[in-house]
Ligand binder design. Sequence first.
Ligand SMILES: [Zn+2]
Length: 279
Amino acid sequence: MEQLLALIGQESDLRTVTTALRRAVERDRPAVVGALHITCSDEAEWETAAEFQRDFVEPLLPSLKVGRKAAFRSVNLGARYEAGACRVMVHHFALAGPEEPGSESLQTYAVKVNAHVGMMDTVDGPVFGRFLRFGHPSACCGALTAAVEGNRSTAAFADIADSLAAIPDDAYDFVRANIAESLRMLYFAVLHAQSQAWAAAQELERAVCELRESRARCYVVAGVAINRPGPDAEVVVGVTRFDKPPEEPPAKPEFFGLGTDPRRYQVEFDLSRLRIVAR
Ligand SMILES: [Zn+2]
């Protein structure tokens, strides 16, 4: 867990993040691991999805078929939490758990929520919210950008605009009014990832309540994938963990992360690697 928490705010290789989450789960020695991965539909997010599959799903999840493993996945415009996803995921993977009721063996559920933001290197420094797509600068995350700009011209963008409403009004207004355009979409991605992860954590708590006599541990990781020239990277922005003891409701969640007050964020660059600190 310490390895994962040490990554909060630090731009890291995609694999560094998945490995830290995997090791945290492995240390618990669970009898079964279930996972939900939430990403944007943007083709730029394939690296994030592939790394989670390679470094978390393959080593930890039960086989769905012989030699085939898969997480429960939400792939939608803007990487929104879809109500019901955690409940269905828990119901599915609990089937792979111990058959004996009252078992003390642990079930672990991991949810990874990935907002994303493009990054372009310019003579004036890094610009977030744009990605060189097929050789042309392109909005990235396009759905989040459309929502932030108030473009509700399609139903799908209206959905993400509604999800954006989970960001507190004062945080939204502060970013719009005070943050340089080159960093604005990074801020919104950080806020969006945390708000969607919070929605997931709340439903995950309710879902593991239904496991009754079983013991469960839950991790919800909010990350922002950085779609940049070269291999993509990721900044972990929030980690929530809680336990559900047998025959009891879940304990109070522990939250570690940047939080949802953008006034506290400080963005720095260390040898072109991004660092976000919450002061
Ligand atoms: Zn997107």
